[in-house]
Design a protein around this ligand. Structure first.
Ligand SMILES: Nc1ncnc2c1ncn2[C@@H]1O[C@H](COP(=O)(O)OP(=O)(O)OP(=O)(O)O)[C@@H](O)[C@H]1O
Length: 342
């Protein structure tokens, strides 16, 4: 059974001005998030991602449709029970949202205090979590004495304090540099692997999805326009907007402008060979071109790794007799996708 299930969920906000049109922030979204998923939700600013998070977190009611968390329908639930649902969901934020006047230890202890845990339970759990996030030596520091990455690690420890099954990460690495982003994403992977916590990652950065998510939903104008396994969406996006996101991290077939530059710099026929794991290896393609007596160079593209599965597009400039090139491409084209620039 899905841990989070959204069925035809719509959230409409009233118009800001009298006579204006209402804002449909989330538009007829149907999505299942299974236990153990790291589910990425990507979209440009205003796509409706944060609104979707607030609906799942029961901070706001949906206008229509149904949302279940752990099999329990939030739509008709009284506020008292919604509070219980919220306790089972951890949240981390772009701006960390730590209490500046409390120490690291007190920040992590806070949700446990609210939940009514005993002093000894709190001490043991906080020590365990600070150890897990590698900040045991900072227990008595205040947030302003920590780096951004350390603050987010405190945020993660605090979000895990009450042992939630679900963690919502809303642009959790958007304020961090690439190195620190990598560390925080690695920590989130451990949270998923070692504690079995399901994670929903909201982001506008495709490389975050690439490095951590197993599934992805692409949002645009409040709608989910494409969703599926990260590998499938990255290697073969079906929607132009998803393709634009993918192109920020994957070099595909060169655009007409890029082709013009390639032609200026390289002689020969420009051919893109697309690999998807399970297809022929790159080595077999290169060997075949070599065996046909053709000269070639790699001029554009690359191979990507998504959770241990490889795919990518390599664009080559190939030189030699046209008939020999035609024969080699026909043979290679029977195993992998071959696209020759017009
Ligand atoms: N409380 C609100 N009242 C009215 N309109 C809202 C409210 N919250 C969000 N919206 C509108 O709903 C749409 C979706 O906003 P949302 O914040 O969910 O998008 P987002 O994808 O999270 O973008 P960002 O990354 O910029 O936060 C936007 O048009 C926004 O202006």
């Amino acid at each position: 059974m899905a841990l989070v299930s959204l069925t035809n969920v719509t959230k409409t906000y009233p118009a800001a001005e009298r006579g204006g049109a209402p804002v449909v922030a989330v538009d007829d979204v149907t999505l299942d998030i299974e236990p153990g998923d790291v589910y990425g939700i990507i979209g440009y600013s205003g796509a409706g991602k944060s609104t979707l998070v607030r609906l799942v977190n029961a901070l706001e009611p949906a206008t229509s449709g149904s949302i279940t968390v752990d099999g329990r329908d939030l739509t008709a639930m009284p506020e008292r029970e919604l509070r219980g649902i919220r306790l089972g969901i951890g949240m981390i934020f772009q701006q960390f949202n730590l209490f500046g006047s409390k120490t690291v230890q007190q920040n992590v202890a806070y949700p446990l205090k609210v939940a009514g845990a005993s002093k000894s339970e709190i001490e043991a759990r906080v020590a365990e979590l600070l150890d897990f996030v590698g900040l045991a030596d900072k227990a008595r520091n205040h947030p302003d004495q920590l780096s951004g990455g350390q603050k987010q690690r405190v945020g993660i420890a605090r979000a895990l304090a009450t042992s939630p099954r679900l963690l919502l990460a809303d642009e959790a690495t958007s304020a961090l540099d690439p190195e620190t982003t990598y560390e925080v994403l690695e920590l989130l992977k451990r949270v998923n692997r070692e504690f079995g916590v399901t994670i929903i990652v909201i982001t506008h950065e495709m490389d975050v999805i690439q490095s951590i998510a197993t599934k992805v939903a692409v949002m645009d104008g409040g709608r989910v326009i494409e969703h599926g396994d990260v590998f499938d969406v990255f290697s073969d996006p079906q929607n132009p907007s998803s393709a634009r996101f993918v192109s920020t991290v994957v070099k595909g077939i060169p655009s007409p402008a890029e082709l013009a530059v390639l032609r200026e710099r390289h002689e020969g026929r420009i051919v893109t060979i697309s690999f998807r794991d399970g297809d022929a290896s790159q080595a077999s393609v290169f060997l075949e071109l070599g065996a046909a007596g053709l000269e070639f160079e790699l001029v554009y593209g690359g191979i990507n790794d998504i959770q241990g599965r490889a795919f990518g597009h390599l664009t080559l400039a190939i030189r030699g007799a046209d008939a020999a090139i035609d024969a080699a491409l026909a043979s290679i084209g029977s195993r992998v996708d071959v696209t020759e620039a017009a």
